[in-house]
Design a protein around this ligand. Structure first.
Ligand SMILES: *Cc1c(COP(=O)(O)O)cnc(C)c1O
Length: 397
């Protein structure tokens, strides 16, 4: 069993704050500042360039990839860190398309995070081979998987509504149609148990700064199933994905397996923070985490629906169809969220009308949920959101 009171004590949570936005940016692990400081002074400071070997900086993207592999149900040696999620989406899609050269259709869904769709369209333009991106509504994806589909590219948990696709079922359907599957785990990794290997997923990508708590700008990860890893020709053929980077060969030759998905120099300082965050995950049982997350989400939905009749649930009501967040709709959602943040309850807003609350059992408990419900009810009952300063949109919402 996981001791969630103990994990909560491993984070810095500012006084008076109920933090329900760990689905966007996880909070600071208490061990991270010292880990980063040590990396800077004892490693960078003292070892200088020898740190690449002595401190294991060069091996860190695969070593930490293995620690993430456990959390997403992927085998060792199938995950590597680096770059940002947008880049990893591009890489995975290019690799998947190259394995289906006779097909031209990519299926995603209309709820996907825009960068995933932008990157797909950018790749389509760059390839200039007549590929087409289709984006049916999330509930219509299964029907869109025909024999012409090269790749099914989905974000497992919808960033706005928290709606969750059935990974095993859709992967099986895609394979039956001869297509490959890419799962974006941005809102799943660290949020619920995953079994990429059991589902037979071909590719997966995700970020570490959301539920995994690596801090702003933390590196992304990519998983390639072992049967594909040696077969894909990387489109971002950077020197650190080369078979022998320090041979400085003018001709590119992909490295072994997942190593070829590396591009350039890894973000070593940021990986020190990730290392501290992953120490916490080592003690976590993912099923216990999921059970607690469901409890917290149900408690929040029940409390808000009892006390805030003007808010409409935007997330699936059935827990099994939901990730680890709960969203409500209201036309004045932005102002309501600003009023909540002013009271120390931090969630976020997604246009046009979604108030989003992430429930992260590592550091959120039932008292936090009750506190958040109370504040939200007070804001709604007293119309506290109806102030001009709460209606001015900031750059990041
Ligand atoms: C958060 C998120 C991203 C962010 O991409 P970055 O390149 O890390 O900025 C991409 N896709 C999805 C589905 C996300 O939720």
């Amino acid at each position: 069993m996981t001791d969630f009171a103990a994990t909560k004590a491993m984070f810095h949570l500012p006084d008076g704050v109920i933090y329900l936005d760990g689905n966007s940016l996880g909070p600071l692990p208490l061990a991270a500042p010292e880990r980063v400081a040590e990396m800077m002074t004892a490693q960078w400071g003292q070892m200088l360039i020898t740190g690449w070997n002595k401190a294991g900086w060069m091996a860190a993207p695969s070593a930490m990839g293995d620690r993430i592999a456990r959390l997403i149900g992927a085998p060792e040696g199938s995950v590597v860190l680096g770059d940002t999620l947008s880049i990893k989406v591009f890489q995975a899609l290019a690799a998947a398309l190259s394995l289906r050269p006779d097909r031209r259709v990519i299926v995603s869904d209309s709820g996907n995070f825009p960068t995933d769709l932008y990157m797909a369209n950018g790749l389509i333009r760059a390839l200039d081979k007549g590929h087409e991106l289709r984006t049916p509504a999330p509930e219509d994806v299964a029907d869109a998987i025909g024999e012409d589909v090269a790749v099914l590219m989905l974000t497992h948990v919808d960033y706005r509504t928290g709606r969750m696709h059935d990974m095993a079922d859709l992967t099986a359907r895609a394979h039956a149609a001869g297509a490959l599957v890419i799962w974006d785990l941005a809102h799943s990794a660290g949020a619920l148990p995953l079994d990429l290997a059991g589902c037979g997923a071909d590719f997966a990508v995700g970020c570490t700064y959301k539920y995994l708590n690596s801090g702003p700008g933390g590196p992304a990860f990519i998983h390639v199933a072992p049967q594909h890893a040696g077969a894909v020709e990387p489109v971002l053929s950077g020197w650190l994905g080369h078979d022998a980077p320090f041979a400085f060969d003018p001709d590119y030759r992909p490295g072994p397996g997942i190593e070829r998905m590396r591009v350039g120099t890894p973000p070593v300082i940021q990986m020190a923070a990730l290392d501290a965050a992953l120490d916490i995950w080592d003690s976590v049982d993912m099923q216990a985490l999921r059970d607690r997350s469901v409890e917290l989400c149900e408690r929040f939905i029940e409390g808000v629906e009892a006390r805030c009749p003007d808010l409409t649930l935007a997330s699936p009501r059935v827990a099994a169809q939901r990730g680890s967040q709960v969203s409500f709709r209201h036309p004045e959602g932005y102002a309501i969220m600003q009023a909540l943040i002013a009271r120390g309850v931090i969630g976020d807003f997604r246009a046009p009308d979604i108030l989003r609350f992430g429930f992260t059992p590592l550091y959120i408990d039932a008292d936090d949920v009750d506190g958040a419900v109370n504040h939200l009810a007070e804001v709604m009952e007293g119309n506290h959101w109806d102030r001009p300063e709460y209606k001015v949109r900031a750059a990041v919402t």
